[in-house]
Design a protein around this ligand. Structure first.
Ligand SMILES: Cc1cc2nc3c(=O)[nH]c(=O)nc-3n(C[C@H](O)[C@H](O)[C@H](O)COP(=O)(O)OP(=O)(O)OC[C@H]3O[C@@H](n4cnc5c(N)ncnc54)[C@H](O)[C@@H]3O)c2cc1C
Ligand code: SF4
Length: 581
């Protein structure tokens, strides 16, 4: 029997941006908040002297240990899924702050089109444009409604950026000026603009000033140190939960963070969540923690898995397309493609950089291009990034070079500062056959079933990506490269989960038949259970997710406060489905 603890008002699972924002907001309002985090306690000091490419980029020291828990994965429904055990194949955050600490920091907003994708697609192209099996649906919230929450997140994280000529309306500028425009970024922007595109510096959580956020927390000025994506920031210069929302929550005196606390179940009485069961990973003791409100902010995979293990909500059935938990799984799997430009007579300083240093353009994003005669929906954002290349992980050589031996060594050295990559970040649309469920065979360290991912590429994905690679090739050629290699798109999903862009499983909407949570991320089936994070995205827009995760977390916090102040109840009344039957 688990040891029984005293009830708390708000119990949060996971301490990344999703859980951190809700914790801070509720603690600021005077509620008694406990946050359970499976990983270790971490602070900025723990990231001092960690500029070690072997430990963090190659060996993924900050990521989840895949030997005790992982997902199983398959690229078709009729084959057996296998556990993903190679650290190179899966990057999921694990300690305090989660993936929100080792993220790169590019902080986008999704487009108005994304939130009303079904309605706008039907209005512009007719219902027949949506292929059989594609389960796009409106999100139950408009961009205009979410805009104030985007603004709050950008101010909390201290985002540096400049106006995007094609970006949606904003109520305010970014709180910090854009990052430095380096020579290769200028080259990209000139080339893209010569071709008629509208470029901007990427919105970055790498702060360009010593910034004080509205909660009084400081984000220091970025040093362009190059050990950023997959690392914690030892300068405290990356907007992350440790230097912002978790610090704010701590200062209230109403917040307790329990690290090494692995949540295994949400207790449910058929109407409400009553608390959670977790194991203290240091002692092995199991606890039951009761709560008035339970918030899952444990990333897409755990959010979905905990609901399935706890039997809350109806599991999604791909045969009938009924049920919701596990539905509409999507990821930016194809976003790794683009074109690499090699220069014979021009060198760049690629070993300096920052996670979100770069520029992009949105001329092919969302529904900006007319899809009438195209064999895909949605679009992509084109960008160049200057992360800061490490010598181990970066050995770009032109196509046709052997991958070992003298010629490889010579070309790898020659091109080390002479290659630039332009890539296309695509929108990923959901299908009835791409989903999450519990694996029938493989189990975790406790004997609980692992989460199973079924994800198939479709012509929609391949056609959109091929289109994007051609756009990247054109820009790379305009940049004056001597060699341009357009990357080849793999035909099938390769069962890798790098980059942290996975969504769905607990999707939002305005109809309980086709969504699991409403637009406050409150579950239709349990009014005191809020499920926060990219698990709520009904599809993946063509931008990085965390701006939208942050905005939705602020919205959820507002909903939780309303729920507690008004004595409970559903915050939104349900409407008819907007999904194609
Ligand atoms: C290398 C990398 C770079 C990225 N760069 C960008 C970028 O530039 N821009 C962008 O928008 N996004 C980026 N992402 C994605 C970004 O990290 C996520 O969108 C974001 O962190 C999600 O926040 P979250 O709070 O939902 O999840 P997380 O930050 O992952 O937090 C979830 C927390 O829950 C904890 N947890 C999980 N299961 C349990 C359990 N059973 N019990 C207790 N605790 C649990 C985890 O340990 C973790 O701390 C990147 C991801 C990676 C891996
Ligand atoms: S590049 Fe900037 S934000 Fe990133 S780790 Fe270095 S100093 Fe921190």
């Amino acid at each position: 029997m688990p040891e029984q603890l005293d009830k708390v008002e708000v119990l949060v699972v996971g301490s990344g941006w999703a859980g951190g924002i809700v914790s801070a907001e509720m603690a600021k309002e005077g509620y008694d908040v406990v946050c359970l985090e499976r990983g270790e306690e971490k602070s900025v000091e723990d990231y001092m002297h960690v500029k070690d490419e072997l430990r963090f980029t190659s060996r993924h020291e900050m990521m989840q240990d895949l030997s005790s828990e992982t997902v199983t994965s398959r690229h078709k429904r009729n084959i057996t899924a296998l556990p993903v055990r190679m650290q190179d194949d899966m990057n999921v955050g694990n300690d305090v702050g989660g993936g929100s600490v080792h993220w790169s920091g590019v902080t986008f907003r999704f487009l108005p089109y994304d939130f009303e994708i079904h309605t706008q697609t039907v209005d512009r192209y007719g219902e027949e444009k949506i292929p059989e099996g594609m389960t796009i649906q409106d999100w139950g919230i408009s961009y205009e409604e979410l805009e104030p929450y985007y603004d709050r997140f950008e101010k909390t994280a201290g985002i540096s950026g400049e106006p995007n000529p094609l970006g949606p309306d904003r109520s305010d500028d970014y709180p910090n000026p854009p990052m430095v425009e380096t020579p290769n970024i200028r080259l990209f922007r000139d080339a893209a603009e010569n071709l008629g595109n509208h470029t901007y510096m990427l919105p970055a959580a790498n702060s360009t000033t010593n910034y004080e956020n509205p909660d009084g927390q400081n984000v220091a000025q970025c040093q362009y140190c190059a050990f950023c994506s997959a690392y914690g920031c030892d300068y405290g210069a990356k907007g992350d939960p440790i230097v912002t929302v978790l610090a704010t929550a701590e200062e209230t005196g109403n917040f307790e963070l329990r690290a090494k606390s692995n949540v295994r179940r949400v207790n449910y009485d058929g109407e409400k969540a009553t608390g959670v069961i977790y194991e203290d990973a240091t002692t092995g003791i199991e606890y039951e923690q009761p709560a008035d409100v339970v918030v899952l902010g444990a990333f897409t995979f755990t959010n979905t898995r905990l609901l399935l293990l706890s039997e809350i909500g109806t599991p999604y059935n791909p045969d009938t397309v009924e049920g919701v938990i596990g539905k509409n799984f999507t990821g930016h799997f194809l976003s790794k493609y683009g074109a690499v430009a090699f220069f014979n007579d021009r060198k760049f300083n690629l070993h300096m950089g920052a996670g979100a240093l770069g520029a992009g353009f949105d001329d092919y994003a969302g529904d900006y291009i007319d899809h009438t005669d195209l064999d895909f929906l949605h679009g992509g954002e084109v960008e160049i990034r200057q992360y800061g290349d490490g010598p181990i992980d970066n050995n770009a050589v032109p196509e046709g070079t052997p991958n070992w031996g003298q010629e490889f060594k010579e070309k790898s050295l020659y091109y080390t500062n002479r290659n630039l990559r332009v890539h296309f970040q695509v929108g990923t649309l959901p299908w009835s056959f791409n989903y999450l469920d519990l694996d029938p065979t493989y189990k975790d360290q406790y004997g609980d079933p692992l989460l199973r991912v079924t994800n198939e590429y479709t012509d929609q994905d391949r056609n959109l990506m091929s289109y994007g690679v051609e756009v990247c090739r054109e820009v790379a050629e305009e940049m004056g490269a001597d060699i341009v290699d357009a990357e080849e798109i793999s035909e099938e999903f390769d069962n890798t989960f790098t980059g942290g862009h996975y969504a769905g499983g607990v999707i939002m909407g305005d109809d309980p038949e086709t969504s699991a949570v409403n637009n406050y991320l409150q579950m239709w089936d349990a009014e005191n259970l809020f499920v926060v994070g990219a698990s709520a995205f009904p599809h993946f827009g063509n931008y990085n997710p965390t701006g939208t995760v942050g905005a939705l977390a602020y919205r959820a916090a507002e909903g939780i406060e309303e729920y507690l102040n008004n004595g409970g109840g559903q915050l939104v009344s349900s409407k008819n489905s907007t999904q194609k039957a």
